[in-house]
Ligand binder design. Sequence first.
Ligand code: 3YE
Length: 208
Amino acid sequence: KTKVGILISGSGTNMKALIERTLQADSNCEVALVISNKANAGGLKIARENYHIETKVIECVGKTNAEREVYEKKIDDALRAAGVTLICLAGFMRILTASFVNKWRGRLLNTHPSLLPTFKGHDAVRQALAARVRFTGCTVHFVEAEVDSGAIIEQAPVRVEPHDTEESLQERIKLQEHIIFPQAMEAVASKRVHYQELNGGVRANGHC
Ligand code: 3YE
């Protein structure tokens, strides 16, 4: 089975959906380690107590490039020590350096709450409401150094309702992420989808 490492910063609802998928008989994955950059992330307790998965808190010391490298080295070491070969960013709210991304390219997935390439950035749901679109959604993509720009693996649309708030829309988007993120994890782990570089560009080859 593919050993998966999950990086979180918060309540861990996407993490929980990934773990639940790995507990099904036909899964090609097992979650070997959950890392949070926040000591108070609710997901840590869930991983440890409900699923008996090893957890680590690795907090960032600062935002300079040198400090980021130190911090990411700790993450990299912990993942390798646990035998991880596939990383899922599940509500992890840090931008990763190019050197980390390059080391894990093709084995590093993120979920984003919009139909990329529309509404990149940390406030994607707010952007969707401001633009008055009828549909937004979510995207699971391979991570590139440039944030939210990596090859798309899977997407799901979500209709924007007339009385939606950022919170209500975010909630419904999350429900879709809980479906497509586990699908994308399994598809990459079982090599139905793989990362491909082609003359300067990249794409996710295959289907979930
Ligand atoms: N890193 C790269 N490429 C990607 N991280 C994520 C996706 C992704 C990635 O596609 N290279 C918050 C939004 C980040 C933010 O801006 N954080 C800043 C400041 C943090 C702070 O103020 O504490 C930072 O430098 O990390 C995962 C989603 C990242 C969203």
